[in-house]
Design a protein around this ligand. Structure first.
Ligand code: FES
Length: 82
């Protein structure tokens, strides 16, 4: 199911990004460009993130400047789920 219509990004792509270490909405946006057009998908992205964190028990918050594992994708690597 598409979560971000503007950027044609699916729920499974977002979930894959979360599993790969994207732990903030911004990290997901940086990688997949979701939420950068109309912004209507941002609430669903946050909900997916909260659900993933609550089911995994992961309540960590990233610190500013901390490199996240998912950053490797954002730096020009292969795109997730494509
Ligand atoms: S639906 Fe995601 S930016 Fe428009």
């Amino acid at each position: 199911m598409y979560i971000c219509i503007c950027k044609a990004v699916t729920e499974s792509q977002i979930c894959e990004a979360i599993r790969s270490g994207a732990c903030t909405r911004k990290a997901i946006t940086d990688c997949l460009k979701v939420g950068t057009a109309c912004g209507k998908c941002n609430r669903e992205i946050r909900d997916l993130l909260r659900n993933a964190q609550s089911t995994s028990g992961d309540t960590r918050r990233p610190r500013a400047g901390r490199e996240m594992p998912y950053g490797r994708y954002a730096g020009g690597g292969a795109e997730v789920g494509l």
